[in-house]
Design a protein around this ligand. Structure first.
Ligand code: ATP
Length: 241
């Protein structure tokens, strides 16, 4: 069964086409990595899936619903949650206020929203300790936890994450990746954009390598980690440990 199907996705900015017809699938309970160097089109792909960039061509299906071209809030309501690059929290608001904003689509159901926020504190106990702290004063790792928790409030089927490890210490990256694995094990589909190819290929089930808006390689993550082209371009030339 496929949760997300992307076929022939084309996106551009002005006169420049950035994605030249890419195909991606994600199954429930699967971590799929999207790797590629700077400017390859990874962020653009995630933004197009979430309805934040208009499509120039292609089909996107989420759990059987054609979502390509829908407005972002409708796509979110159908079960796709996006954790954007650099987290984009509301810095002058508290942790809890940020989580409440994540639940905007269920804001009329106060008891349910409260229950879901409590479940986020169970997943990220650190956020319970910091619930009244302003998001802008949190550490980078704590901010990433808020960004993920905020996306999870709507109980998505598919979570797309844009470089969650960016700027974080290795220990913090490990704990964020452990949470991502846990979500996968609960049946969520995960599409993960990362520059940190070595660690990402260790937790991913499958991966795609995007270069200049085209998928150059795809396959199961363990096989790609052994691929000489992937090792040369993304793993510093060394065999993946
Ligand atoms: N708003 C925009 N307007 C014009 N060009 C853009 C815009 N956003 C991205 N681009 C261009 O589209 C291309 C793909 O960018 P994108 O951010 O998707 O790449 P990326 O793979 O996520 O790179 P990085 O790893 O550096 O974040 C780049 O050439 C970039 O300059």
């Amino acid at each position: 069964m496929t949760l997300l199907t992307v076929e022939g996705l084309r996106v551009g900015y002005g006169k420049v086409e950035v994605l030249h017809g890419i195909d991606v699938t994600v199954a429930p309970g699967e971590i799929v990595a999207l790797l590629g160097s700077n400017g390859a089109g990874k962020t653009t792909t995630l933004r197009a899936l979430s309805g934040l960039e208009p499509l120039r061509g292609g089909l996107i299906t989420l759990d059987g619903a054609a979502i390509g071209g829908m407005p972002a809030h409708k796509i979110a309501a159908l079960g796709l949650a996006h954790v954007p690059e650099r987290r984009r929290l509301f810095a002058p608001l508290t942790v809890e206020e940020n989580l409440k904003l994540g639940g905007y689509l269920i804001r009329s159901q106060q008891a349910e929203l409260k229950r879901r926020i409590e479940s986020m504190y169970a997943l990220f106990p650190r956020l319970l300790e910091r619930r009244l702290q302003l998001a802008g004063t949190l550490s980078g790792g704590e901010q990433q936890m808020v960004a993920i928790a905020r996306a999870l409030i709507l109980q998505p089927k598919l979570l797309v994450l844009d470089e969650p490890s960016m700027g974080l210490a290795p220990l913090v990256v490990r704990s964020i990746f452990a949470i991502i694995k846990r979500l996968r094990d609960q049946g969520m589909g995960i599409l993960l954009v990362e520059q940190n190819a070595r660690q990402t290929l260790k937790i991913a089930d499958r991966a795609y390598v995007l270069e200049n808006g085209t998928i150059m390689l795809e396959g199961d993550a363990a096989t790609l980690a052994q691929d000489r082209r992937v090792q040369a371009a993304y793993l510093g030339g060394a065999a993946a440990a």
